[in-house]
Ligand binder design. Sequence first.
Ligand code: RTP
Ligand code: MG
Length: 148
Amino acid sequence: MERTLVIVKPDGVQRGLTGEVISRLERRGLKVVALKMMNVSRELAEQHYAVHKGKPFYDGLIDYITSSPVVVMIVEGKNAIKAVRNTVGATNPVDAAPGTIRGDFAMDIGRNIVHASDGPETAAFETSLWFSEDEICAYTRNTDTWIY
Ligand code: RTP
Ligand code: MG
């Protein structure tokens, strides 16, 4: 089982798409094991987006992610990192396939609704950056054997 970090970004929360995002992940068969709403401090935003420091869009990205509350969660499943990235769709919504979250609900690369970890190292770093161990629930659902 893999765990990955998913954030419903400020535009997703403001547009009332939090439930839609969670619902799509849950219906796919992924399991939410941690979940909270929060305001993002600049310090946390800068740690989360450290790899993008110095890029032209960095300052705007930090302003955006700290502008209004986010809903952040850890999602678990077999190959969860890849499964979530594929459900979210391409970074630029105009390139995202219809049927993906970004392809169905977004228009602009700077307002693309969702963040999802892009690989195993990033997922490990991001899940521990946003959540403490005691905020994560390990549990069995009685539907799990119908998914795998
Ligand atoms: P995310 O990290 O949010 O899941 O998105 P991603 O992996 O698909 O994209 P990434 O390359 O990590 O970029 C992080 C976020 O920065 C914004 N961005 N703007 N050229 C631009 O204006 C530009 N490029 C990236 C997007 O909000 C992207 O999700
Ligand atoms: Mg990324």
